[in-house]
Design a protein around this ligand. Structure first.
Ligand SMILES: [Zn+2]
Ligand SMILES: [Zn+2]
Length: 340
């Protein structure tokens, strides 16, 4: 049957529209069926997450300032501490984030590091900041939290070699994984480079927040009854990586596959086999997407996807190779996963 051009066009539009909606979720997604021993994952937007099991809690670096494109490109930017306080206070009320033992930072671009000093000082006073040498040097002496950075450059693992586990809480350990930051568009990466010397002043523009070395992380919550066995394993990335950069060590995953993988769709089409290669490496039971929404608009504005890549295409590729459940959460979505 031949379709008339207008009908064919509208069918095409309809199917791409359905595709681009994907499995968006908000509110509470209870995979644990009411089990009170669940691991909770809460999406804070951009690279930001709360990961919690029992008394253990890890943060991944959030961004609440969301400077506009114009400011980011041309004018100076700085952390909007009032916005950070407003949003973090809400999460603190619900999740008691002062318990945080660590704040994960995958790379040092402003959207992953600029709001961290205020979060660390005010809301997570006893958390280690887990990040690169560049993260350490950019936070320097001005931020008041530079000496809380645990530099992972020398302890990170890769596909072949296990890294060292960093103990951060009584039942929480973290392994950094060597990764790499995919280009933003047409092979071009914004704000490249690393920072070799400790900063004495706050970076004043987006270009000063250089990426530095990029890391992904495994976060293990250990079993309360068997302190040497893993109760739940999370994989976290905050940038698209060209595989095998960002892989977890094969032997570590063979021992215990990943429960939840947090994958970033943002610029997946700048590299090959993202997400397919990561699914093969990590063998996750569930997948959640992070850093998918437009962070150049204030958080109060309606959430819409980042225009850097075709999110619908990413989701179609993910669905083709991944048989498990996966979601694209709105800001503030809480997942509850069962622990076995
Ligand atoms: Zn980046
Ligand atoms: Zn980013």
């Amino acid at each position: 049957m031949r379709l008339g051009a207008p009908l064919a066009l509208s069918l095409t539009l309809l199917s791409s529209c359905l595709l681009s909606k994907g499995p968006g979720v908000s509110g509470t997604v209870d995979v644990a069926g009411g089990d009170t021993d669940a691991v909770r994952l809460v999406y804070l937007g951009t690279g930001g997450w709360i990961m919690e099991h029992g008394e253990e809690l890890v943060l991944a670096a959030p961004l609440f300032t969301n400077p506009g494109l114009l400011a980011t490109g041309l004018v100076g930017i700085g952390s909007d501490t009032a916005a950070v306080t407003r949003h973090m206070a809400g999460y603190d009320e619900r999740y008691d984030v002062a318990r945080s033992s660590a704040i994960l930072v995958g790379h040092a671009h402003y959207d992953h590091l600029m709001d961290v000093p205020h979060v660390a000082r005010r809301f997570a006073p006893s958390a280690d900041i887990i990040g690169s040498r560049t993260v350490h040097n950019l936070l320097g002496s001005w931020s008041g939290v530079g000496d809380r950075v645990r530099v992972v450059n020398d302890s990170a693992g890769d596909a072949r070699t296990a890294g060292s586990w960093l103990r951060v809480g009584p039942r929480t350990r973290i392994m950094a994984l060597r990764s790499s930051h995919a280009p933003h568009f047409e092979g071009y990466t914004l704000y490249p480079g690393s920072r070799e010397r400790s900063a004495t002043e706050e970076p004043a523009s987006a270009t000063e927040w250089v990426a530095g070395e990029t890391f992904a992380y495994l976060v293990d919550f250990m079993s309360a009854d068997h302190p040497d066995s893993v109760a739940f394993r999370i994989y976290y990335q905050d940038a698209v990586a060209p595989p095998p950069f960002g892989f977890a060590p094969e032997a570590v995953v063979a021992d215990r596959p990943v429960d939840v993988a947090i994958l970033v769709p943002a610029t997946f089409d700048q590299v090959d086999w993202h997400p397919e290669a990561f699914l093969e490496n990590l063998r996750p039971r569930w997948v959640v997407l992070g850093h998918w929404e437009d962070f150049f608009v204030p958080l109060e504005a309606p959430t819409r996807s980042l225009r850097l890549a075709d999110l619908g295409h990413f989701e179609a590729r993910l669905a083709r190779v991944f048989a498990g459940e996966w979601w694209r959460p709105d800001l503030g979505t809480e997942f509850r996963f069962p622990v076995e």
